[in-house]
Design a protein around this ligand. Sequence first.
Ligand SMILES: *Cc1c(COP(=O)(O)O)cnc(C)c1O
Length: 414
Amino acid sequence: MNTYRSLKESDKAAYDALRGEMKREEQGLELIASENTVSPAVLDALGSVFTNKYSEGYPGNRYYGGQQYTDIIETLAIDRVKTLFGAEHANVQPLSGASANLAAYAAVLAPGDTVLGMDLSHGGHLTHGHPVTLPAKVYRFVRYQTEADGTIDYDTLEALAIAEKPKLMLAGFSSYTRQLDYERFTAIAKKVGAISMMDMAHIAGMIAGEALPSPVPYFDIVTATTHKTLRGPRGGLILCKEPFAKAIDKAVFPGVQGGPHMHMVLAKAVAFGEALRPEFKIYAHQILENAKALEAEFVSLGYAIVFGKTENHMLLIDTVKSRGVSGKDAQAWLDLSGISINKNVLPDDPRGPLDPSGIRIGVPAVTTRGMKEGEMRQIAGWIDRALRSGGKKRALGAIRKEVKTLCKAFPIYR
Ligand SMILES: *Cc1c(COP(=O)(O)O)cnc(C)c1O
């Protein structure tokens, strides 16, 4: 493991904060569904001299000189990710999931065009048309919702699409646990003459590892983040069918971004290489098994599982209904127990986003550490104890001790 000697010598305050974070990650349970723990090789790539280089443009066609090696790594990242997902075209320059989505919108929409996207409180992402975002001010977003049983009713969606005539139909989510019907979704888009787009940010790694079906054959455009289940550096990614390739590349640069972050592109290439290895399939399938084990334990403890059940890496729990504890209190109490989760709004949540009715729990990071079904049952037990503690410091401190002991047995960076 890197000892960060130069940083320690030159900037004590920055070094101390870094050490603190390393300890926090090592000694606590990371159950935030959007987070993961990258390999030492990915960390090496992120800390490399590629951060020094400007490379506006694309391989073989850049604005500045000195691009022998940037061309090699960007081509490597593109080739690997195309193989990984069987994609016709890939752009690896988006700085984040939000910028990937912004570029995808810019590539195919004109201001005022209509987009169908999933409602935030029903699992959709902010960037899918939430009124506080810039895209919602530029385009006309109409948001669809889930049914009481947690599924999407595709007949209702079809009727909405016929009525609204969207230019773009957007699938994808960040707080939703059920599998989408890609074939039906894209058939509706085709029927109403809309371009289809899937934002697979959360589940990209599960798809790469073949634990979940792939949207790539069905959708015109697929966006993703590279740092969630895909276990790469923080960043974005756009895959598309060949007819959209030129528009996508132009929208990323110069449309919405300047120079790409080449240290991040190198780290993406490394992460895509890791995801192509057979071990990654085992990892992705274990995520699914762990989520199911965690859910089964919560069900046996009498918890209310939102959306009916989980079919991916996360679950949402109605903590108010289950234990009379708000999402905000649950998050604070679990923080004191050494367990990171996030409070989360639930469909049509009567409480606000700052103190919603539930929490979201994800297993990608603890699965990376090597934890399996047995540890999931233990984790559910600790969460239950924390929620029953009434927030008493002593009870939470006792849980924290046990959490620390488990974490010691599953070191992140040896
Ligand atoms: C996380 C996420 C994003 C945004 O990614 P950032 O890298 O945080 O900008 C976009 N869409 C979905 C569905 C996400 O889950």
